[in-house]
Design a protein around this ligand. Structure first.
Ligand SMILES: C[S@@+](CC[C@H](N)C(=O)[O-])C[C@H]1O[C@@H](n2cnc3c(N)ncnc32)[C@H](O)[C@@H]1O
Length: 248
């Protein structure tokens, strides 16, 4: 089990990938697009929006958000390495994206700075206190602003990655609070779990109206070096999308 500081250090080390692969990321950013479901949901509300991207990581999605119509994106991440690589790329491409080294959920930002919070793709499982996270998202959004999450499905920690047959891991429980990650880039780190119901009720309880919730068969991420897992063959949920509006 890792401590918070160890996990933070591990993420900073893992983020050196964004520096090593800077040239490739730069080319990917020039043509980056969101997933079709993300574009469908965000297109009607993103024109001219000031977007906040907590746990922005490599930040490639920020260029896609701008391409879709966002006026600006502010990425937040506690990895100085991730933040500086993302900022360098935004500067090189003259994109309206800015990045801050910030710990979540305490960010030190003013209230109501965003029209849209865009987050996920490996973000929420690093939040020990989801209530505090949801309240922080509510605080940072203007009244009527939107929270969009595209995230690994809460069942994903249970799926074994066997290529021949989809299996449930005997060492994991859907109702556990945590598990230890055993895949790159977060190997050894403690991840937090919550059920889909807990995730939705936390968002609603923080003061959001739920507009959209859907489960998807494709994972948001596949490791480069592993064969496709049978758990990704379209029969099981691997991702979830959620759109909610901040109530006044
Ligand atoms: C899976 S990665 C990146 C997710 C991002 N959506 C992407 O597609 O690149 C998760 C990111 O969360 C950041 N992170 C994890 N815990 C954090 C925390 N408590 N505060 C701020 N950033 C955090 C890590 O540094 C890492 O860049």
């Amino acid at each position: 089990m890792s401590t918070y500081d160890e996990t933070r250090r591990a993420w900073d080390e893992a983020s050196s990938k964004h520096v090593r692969e800077y040239a490739e990321h730069l080319e990917q950013a020039r043509i980056a697009r969101l997933l079709p479901i993300e574009e469908e949901l965000l297109a009607p509300l993103i024109e001219g929006a000031q977007v906040l991207h907590p746990q922005s990581g490599h930040g490639l999605d920020d260029h896609a958000l701008v391409r879709l119509g966002a006026r600006s994106v502010l990425g937040l991440d506690y990895s100085p390495t991730a933040v500086s690589a993302a900022q360098r790329r935004a500067d090189d491409l003259d994109a309206p994206c800015r990045y801050l080294i910030t710990e979540l959920p305490v960010t030190g930002l003013d209230d109501a700075v965003a029209d849209l919070v865009y987050t996920g793709k490996g973000a929420l499982s690093w939040m020990a206190d989801l209530d505090a996270w949801a309240q922080e998202m509510h605080r940072l959004l203007r009244s009527g602003g939107h929270l969009f999450v595209y995230e690994g499905h809460p069942l994903v920690p249970l799926w074994a990655w066997d290529a021949d047959e989809a299996r449930v891991r005997p060492d994991r429980s859907y109702f556990a609070d945590t598990h230890v990650n055993d895949t790159f880039p977060a190997r050894g780190a403690t991840e937090h779990q919550r059920t889909l119901a807990e995730m939705v009720m936390t968002v609603v309880g923080a003061g959001f109206d739920l507009l959209h919730l859907a489960e998807h068969p494709d994972p948001f991420w596949r490791p480069d070096d592993a064969p496709p897992a049978a758990a990704w063959d379209g029969r099981l949920p691997n991702a979830v999308s959620l759109l909610a509006r901040r109530t006044p």
